[in-house]
Design a protein around this ligand. Sequence first.
Ligand code: NAD
Length: 257
Amino acid sequence: MSASSAEGPSFAGRTVAVVGAASGIGRFCAIHLGSLGATVPCLDLDLGGAEETAARIRDGGGGAWAEATDVTEARSVAEAMAATVDSAGRIDGLLNTAGITGATNRSTHEVDPEDFDRVYRVNLRGSLLLTQAVLPHMLDLGYGRILHIASIAGKEGNAGMAAYSATKAGLIGLVKTMGKEYATTGVTINAMAPAVIQTPMVEALPQAQVDYMTEKIPMRRTGALQEVADLAAFALSPMCSFTTGFTFDLTGGRAVY
Ligand SMILES: NC(=O)c1ccc[n+]([C@@H]2O[C@H](COP(=O)([O-])OP(=O)(O)OC[C@H]3O[C@@H](n4cnc5c(N)ncnc54)[C@H](O)[C@@H]3O)[C@@H](O)[C@H]2O)c1
């Protein structure tokens, strides 16, 4: 257990596994959860990146380690989760940020079905496998918080991103179903649908491109990583106790449903 040093709910005594922890949203959220007192197993295909995230959490006084995981492989997911539970002794939360866009700027008639399958295996099938791997432990515990990062693309559809939009929409549907199925167990299962978030990748874009991406956002700006982390911390905390199967919106007023 460790005391909270950042603003947000306390995760003292709780373990929250973050998948996709090597980069971007996953890394930022993992460090935030660590600062709130969570023990944070950092899972990713990119083991080096996950190790760096875990080291940063430990530098901040938190507990963390890295596990290599490929969410497209059932065995890899099962082994990583078993190792996580072995090391931590329990698993209270799962934050799944692993995701890929696949090819972009392709109209649907130009989509390569192989690319579609690749995106599906990470974004949708991977979300299913991860949930299946943690649920038995959470059901034993009688408590759990699962949060998958979907996207505004899953609500609105991004032209030129058929695979990404379809798999994120599928994830939103999967979460609705799972939320209902486990509603009486103490386990909540939710998603979050962000619009474009200010990651280093976005920071490197020309202003005109950023303006194009933000023109449909009523707040006329990108979202901040801290805003994702704050909403994720709530959804992964005991405070999120009467919301399940829901997709939290994080779009500056664009998708108000
Ligand atoms: N960045 C945005 O503006 C934005 C907006 C809406 C939704 N999202 C979603 O948020 C999530 C994180 O996005 P990001 O911008 O931080 O991306 P990112 O590319 O920085 O991070 C994604 C992480 O997922 C990992 N990953 C990819 N395939 C994997 C696999 N097969 N097994 C395990 N790990 C794998 C990568 O190694 C990487 O560390 C994604 O699901 C993305 O679709 C991002």
